[in-house]
Design a protein around this ligand. Structure first.
Ligand code: ADP
Ligand code: MG
Length: 223
């Protein structure tokens, strides 16, 4: 579904990620962990073709990203929902409009019932008309998750989705991601929260990728 083959990346100041070879299988649930600055966000950007590898290959849905015309990349990216590390909204638009924005941009309209159901699922129905600056950290993260999945992606990438929320809200977000995985979505979560990873392991089979010395390794059972 997403495959890296001898992929490397550098921003110009020496290699940040080297010789990354791995596959995320359809329906899998992965965590990506590693110290701050180790390249988690960069890895995710490679995984949704925001960045191209400086050497090696990244393949999305069996298509090699580097060789694709820009329009095709845009189409592939629609099949990937991303929850960014610094969640941004259009502050003058109500939450419901923000969640729907990807559809609006794509020139599609949601069935109104679908949006209601999605907001209900993330527990934000009562805040549909609220403006983003009035939301708490946990509400913003859940709105970002709703926005990431409104296009019905096959893959969901979440960058530190529990970074600014308390433990109870972290568990709630994890539950939503686990439910998505049970519906068949492929999930990758970048986090340095080992408690979150342990909690997930109690609920579903997961694999943990760890960035160490520029390489990505499959972590053992020692977490
Ligand atoms: P993480 O998400 O694990 O904290 P990042 O992928 O954000 O790590 O960053 C890895 C390293 O790359 C950091 O040293 C960061 O400063 C650097 N970096 C990130 N983005 C850029 C950029 N656009 N230009 C140059 N360096 C960058
Ligand atoms: Mg990061």
């Amino acid at each position: 579904m997403i495959a890296f083959e001898s992929a490397a990346y550098n921003y110009g100041g020496g290699e940040l990620l080297s010789d990354v070879t791995l596959k995320l299988a359809p329906g899998s649930f992965h965590f990506l962990t590693g110290p701050s600055g180790s390249g988690k966000t960069t890895f995710l950007k490679l995984a949704y073709a925001e960045l191209l590898p400086t050497s090696g290959h990244v393949t999305l849905f069996d298509r090699e990203v580097k060789s694709l015309p820009r329009d095709d990349v845009a189409n592939l990216r629609r099949r990937i929902g991303v929850v960014h590390q610094d969640v941004q909204f259009l502050d003058h638009l109500p939450l419901a409009a923000n969640v729907q924005l990807p559809l609006t941009v794509a020139g599609r309209r949601s069935e109104s019932g679908d949006l209601d159901e999605l907001l209900k699922w993330v527990g934000l129905s009562h805040l549909a008309d609220a403006l983003p600056p009035s939301l708490s950290g946990g509400e913003r993260q859940r709105a970002a998750l709703a926005r990431a999945i409104i296009m019905g992606p096959d893959i969901i990438l979440a960058d530190e989705p529990t970074g600014n929320v308390d433990w109870e809200m972290s568990l709630r977000l994890l539950t939503l991601l686990v439910e998505l995985n049970r519906m068949g979505k492929t999930i990758l979560i970048a986090t340095h929260d080992l408690n979150l990873i342990r909690q997930a392991k109690n609920q579903i089979p997961t694999r943990v990728l760890r960035i160490s010395k520029r390489r990505i390794q499959l972590a053992g059972a020692d977490l």
